[in-house]
Write a protein that binds this ligand. Structure first.
Ligand code: ZN
Ligand code: ZN
Length: 316
């Protein structure tokens, strides 16, 4: 799955046969070059630095067009005027808004999302949009420090955190399969567990390389605030399985726990991957979901073989 460049994306929005507007292109590219939440007047100031001839009305009109075209999203922080943020390749998120320095920061929590889904389902309510905004003092303002340098875009924080979650999952998966392989008495099952442990190892290598590449592009990235709050997944989706392995007595049970973990992991990454806007983080989630599905199928096949053998064994 290749993502489009912003220019190709903007081109694809233009009705067939309509002319390219250089003013509009300039406004769109300046807007997309900024991170954070701009007021219309912030954008006018930025545009005027590049081209004095572009009128305020043109900028406003283009903002409205960008909003309709899905490039910009309007946000209201209760200041009596709207702000605009990217919606193109920008993950859905919630906001933290500092009333002292007026900075706004973004985050995403799977627990909040789940809660919203639960409440909506219980009330038979179809959610079109959910706005969560926390107002208060940011860390810098609360400690009397100077506001830190501008933070990395949410897109890169999202990619970083998606990789961290995938890496934690691989680590707990590798631990699970290594442990399961050392416990099993059945040769076939042991081979499968060893194979999966090696596979998790390879994936882990790849993910760690990708993480290092991301850091090489943005050396400051590790010091940036957390964006994804995915509590259940943060410690690795297999850690519960590792615990459960301690009390199993048969290879069949061990396989069953593996199946449960892989299924949970596949579902988790697929569900969130599909919800996200096109981005590196989305690709990480969906690729990972696919790998987990392959593991899941392998385990299910093995489970069938093993239970078949069990029956034959019981008959002899
Ligand atoms: Zn502040
Ligand atoms: Zn935002």
């Amino acid at each position: 799955m290749q993502s489009q460049s912003p220019a190709a994306y903007i081109d694809s929005l233009r009705p067939a046969g309509s002319k390219r507007s250089s003013k509009r292109d300039l406004i769109v590219s300046v807007f997309l070059g900024q991170d954070g939440h701009l007021t219309a007047d912030d954008l006018v100031d930025l545009i005027r630095k590049q081209d004095q001839r572009i009128s305020r009305a043109t900028v406003y009109r283009t903002l409205t067009w960008m909003e309709q075209a899905g490039i910009a999203r309007k946000v209201d922080f209760g200041e009596g005027r709207f702000r605009f943020e990217h919606s193109y390749r920008h993950p859905r998120h919630f906001h933290l808004i500092c009333k002292a320095c007026n900075r706004s920061m973004e985050f995403l929590s799977s627990d909040i999302e789940q809660m919203i889904e639960e409440v909506a389902a219980a009330r038979g309510f179809t959610v079109k949009q959910a706005v969560v905004q926390l107002y208060g003092l940011c860390e810098d303002c609360a400690s009397g420090g100077r506001p830190a340098a501008p933070q990395a875009s949410s897109e890169s924080l999202f990619a970083r955190d998606a990789l961290r979650i995938a890496i934690a999952t691989e680590r707990s998966g590798r631990e699970f399969y290594t442990r399961a392989a050392s416990m099993t008495s059945n040769d076939r099952a042991r081979t499968i567990f060893e194979q999966l442990s090696t596979s998790e190892d390879d994936h882990l290598d790849r993910l760690e390389t990708r993480y290092q590449e991301l850091l090489a592009e943005m050396p400051d990235l590790e010091r940036q605030p957390q964006f994804l709050f995915f509590k259940g997944a943060a410690s690795g989706l297999f850690s519960a399985g590792v615990e459960a392995l301690k009390s199993v007595s048969s290879d069949k049970d061990a396989l069953m726990i593996g199946i449960k973990c892989e299924r949970g992991s596949h579902k988790f990454f697929k569900k969130y991957g599909e919800k996200f806007e096109d981005s590196e983080g989305k690709r990480i989630f969906l690729e990972f979901a696919e790998e987990e599905r392959e593991h899941l199928e392998l385990l299910i096949r093995e489970y069938r073989v093993l239970t078949g053998k069990d029956r034959a064994g019981a008959g002899s």
